[in-house]
Design a protein around this ligand. Structure first.
Ligand SMILES: Nc1ncnc2c1ncn2[C@@H]1O[C@H](COP(=O)(O)OP(=O)(O)OP(=O)(O)O)[C@@H](O)[C@H]1O
Length: 353
């Protein structure tokens, strides 16, 4: 097991780079969705800077809690990501796609595309080269959420589609090519062929992560697509309502049946957070995602709030991570991205153990 390699979990001795108190605080620190402390050797101290060296994407703000502790007064924290390329379900494909994260949902309208878009932005924000493929060919919504719908599609001299660079993410979507209403009437095989073309005939830069926004549902089309793509891990998005959870369970079963690694569950619209008084209400019920995660033994990677500011920003083609980076609603999204990237890494290490 990976953890054993990193040696004893005891705090570093006081004469190491850290004082005893500092070592204990680092030991108690947890990355989002990690049960264990990060290996001690990932921490590095240079003068007044403490760096966490990670093999996956995570935003430095995740360390702000540590920075506010008295034992670290006068010190600054940062995360340095050197993203490791993990294995995927199609090892024969070229490495340029990086770590491929499929975002799916059993049911429409739960916020799958919103999660895919914000995940891609949060990964790109850490410096990771990130692509986003709109596989939701029936209703491509990425040009709406990321803007630039009227930009023309550039082609390379080799006649490949050059992905649109939107808010730091390389995006390929049928929505930039075809009329969305036209795409909506395509039948299964046509949509599947179009998607594969979009995937293979896009001139992606060498990516660290490729996020794929799948069509909603758990039918044959979704199954075929998932099997034809090089998947590092699949994320299932749900809301806490029983109807959505029942469909999320079908999604989990679908990925398990065809042997696609399941990274975990994201619960969207978990609660409403009133921006005026701070009151929180679980509009769609409580603890549904936790129950499914427990019953199916998959990690619950995030519980995202329902917030009108999120919807308004997405409708305007400028998600909050891009248009208002300091907004408080970005923190759960950054934690989600780190949870997903970290979980992909942990699952790979568990495979190798
Ligand atoms: N956490 C949230 N808070 C507020 N609005 C949200 C949130 N998540 C998603 N939305 C809004 O809900 C609507 C549906 O979201 P989205 O299109 O992402 O769902 P979907 O599951 O991808 O739908 P489809 O099945 O049609 O592809 C959008 O208007 C989006 O802005």
């Amino acid at each position: 097991m990976f953890w054993k390699k990193s040696g004893s979990r005891k705090p570093a001795p006081a004469d190491g780079p850290f004082t005893e108190q500092q070592a204990a605080a680092l030991q108690a620190f947890r990355l989002p969705s990690w049960q264990q402390p990060v290996p001690q050797e990932w921490w590095q101290k240079d003068d007044d800077t403490i760096t966490l060296n990670l093999p996956f994407a995570a935003h430095s703000s995740l360390l702000s809690e540590l920075g506010s502790l008295a034992c670290f007064a006068g010190m600054r924290f940062k995360i340095n990501c050197r993203i490791e390329k993990l294995s995927n379900s199609q090892p024969e494909l070229p490495l340029i796609y990086g770590n491929v994260i499929v975002v799916s949902s059993g049911k429409g309208g739960v916020g799958k595309s919103s999660v895919a878009v914000q995940l891609a932005l949060a990964l790109a924000e850490t410096g990771a080269t990130t692509g986003l493929l709109d596989a939701d060919v029936y209703g491509p919504s990425l040009p709406t959420m990321l803007g630039g719908g009227d930009e023309k599609q550039d082609m390379s001299p080799q006649n490949k589609l050059i992905p649109h660079l939107r808010h730091g993410v390389h995006v390929s979507s049928m929505g930039y090519l075809a009329d969305a209403k036209e795409a909506a009437i395509w039948r299964g095989p046509m949509a599947s062929a179009a998607l594969q073309q979009l995937f293979r005939d896009s001139q992606w830069p060498r990516l660290d992560y490729l996020v794929i926004d799948m069509p909603p549902g758990t039918g044959d089309i979704q199954l075929t697509l998932a099997q034809k793509m090089p998947v590092t891990g699949a994320v299932v998005v749900t809301t806490p309502q029983n109807v959505a959870l029942a469909d999320a369970e079908k999604g989990i079963a679908m990925f398990r049946k065809v042997g696609i690694p399941l990274t975990g569950l994201v619960e969207n619209m978990s609660f409403y957070h009133c921006p005026n008084c701070g009151f929180e209400e679980a509009i769609f019920g409580r603890a549904g995602g936790e129950r499914v995660a427990h019953d199916y033994d998959v990690p619950l990677l995030a519980q995202l709030p329902l917030a009108s500011a999120v919807r308004e920003a997405l409708d305007a083609g400028a998600p909050l991570l891009a248009s208002d980076p300091d907004h408080e609603l970005n923190q759960p999204l950054r934690a989600m991205a780190a949870a997903i990237a970290g979980q992909l890494y942990l699952q790979e290490k568990a495979k190798c153990a």
